[in-house]
Design a protein around this ligand. Structure first.
Ligand code: SAM
Length: 325
């Protein structure tokens, strides 16, 4: 049984459970009454960390009338499927998209809070009508003066340039003076502080592979004084100690450059622990905030990290939100 002040949560599009991990990290009393995801690897990872929570599966198939009550709906909904039906009116039509299912469920269940996340691109000229539609739909079902803000992981303690759009609403409206964006926290660490002490040798590129990167991509000499990030597409070593956005491994945009050893360049992939540290998890000898099922390989786990929420940022955000309500 949930205690009186326990927030009951429905975690939509759960992935590895960014909302659950964030609430846990923020020490906010909560109980997840159910989640929704359809990808096998996400489900395996979620259930390995949060067993015995019911997965309601494909959100389009959920019968909102059969869901238990909850106070908070969370969801980083996929942004690709926005339909352009109705283009002639100059307006995106969200009917038949996953966002519409959030609206359908929340219109019926009327949770007190809704927290959504998406790509920053929704603020751009092209996708702005979609964002306007999202806001107006939330207004329509009772979430007045919804706020949104672009938050960057590097402003909350993790040396990753990861910008995401966050949208938050309260049933009936937000109080006067409410500000969604938490105050920035000075970044006191660099990428080197998030790396493994003894990285697996298998992560390193061979000399032949490094030679090939020089040849094809005209990369700079990998000569650094501390481990830094190499931006594969822009062909630059980032000297600010921050890494670019962690993406699924198949996008292949980031490498770690380490100081040379015996005059030889050292370039490698991120380990899985490093992926997840950069997504805000503490993973050291004493504390392991997320556990990985042995069934999931490097690519699958890396993909979950690249698609996930920065749980450090989420914990800061939840604390900031609930301190104002
Ligand atoms: C951007 S990820 C969300 C990441 C999550 N917030 C986390 O912290 O890991 C979007 C998720 O939506 C899931 N998804 C896609 N279509 C879905 C559907 N029809 N019903 C439920 N989940 C869906 C995907 O499998 C993916 O895990």
């Amino acid at each position: 049984m949930a205690k009186k002040n326990t927030i009951r949560v429905f975690e939509g599009f759960a992935g590895y459970g960014g909302a659950s991990f964030g609430l846990k990290k923020a020490n906010i009393p909560h109980k997840v009454i159910g989640y929704s995801d359809i990808e096998q690897e996400a489900i395996e990872l979620y259930e390995y960390n949060f067993p015995n929570i019911r997965n309601y599966g494909d959100i389009t198939q959920i019968d909102e009338k059969k869901l238990p009550d909850f106070d908070l709906f969370t969801g980083g909904f996929p942004c690709q499927p926005f339909s352009t039906v109705g283009k002639m009116l100059g307006e995106l039509d969200t009917r038949g998209t996953l966002f519409n299912d959030i609206i359908r469920i929340c219109a019926y269940k009327q949770p007190r809070f809704i927290l959504l996340e998406n790509v920053k691109g929704l603020l751009g000229k092209k996708h702005r009508p979609t964002l306007d539609k999202i806001i107006s739909e939330l207004n329509r079902i009772g979430y007045k003066n919804v706020q949104y803000a672009v938050l960057n992981s590097k402003n909350y303690g993790v040396p990753q340039n990861r910008e995401r759009l966050w949208i938050f609403g309260q049933l009936g409206g937000l109080p006067d003076g409410f500000v969604l964006e938490p105050p920035h926290i000075e970044l006191k660490c660099r990428i080197k502080d998030f790396l493994d002490k003894n990285p697996d040798e298998g992560l390193y590129r061979t000399q032949a592979q490094i030679d090939r990167i020089h040849e094809i991509r005209n990369a700079p000499v990998f000569d650094v004084d501390e481990p830094l990030c190499y931006d594969y597409y822009n062909r630059k070593i980032r000297t600010d100690g921050i890494c670019m956005t962690v993406t699924p491994p198949e996008h292949n945009i980031m490498r770690i450059v380490e100081p040379m050893v015996n005059g030889k360049e050292r370039l490698r992939k991120l380990s899985i622990d490093e992926h997840f540290r950069l997504m805000g998890f503490i993973l050291d000898d004493k504390t392991r905030e997320i556990k990985f099922p042995p069934t999931l390989n490097y690519t699958k786990l890396g993909r979950r990290a690249g698609n996930g929420w920065d749980v450090n940022l989420v914990s800061v955000l939840f604390k900031h939100i609930f301190s104002q309500l």
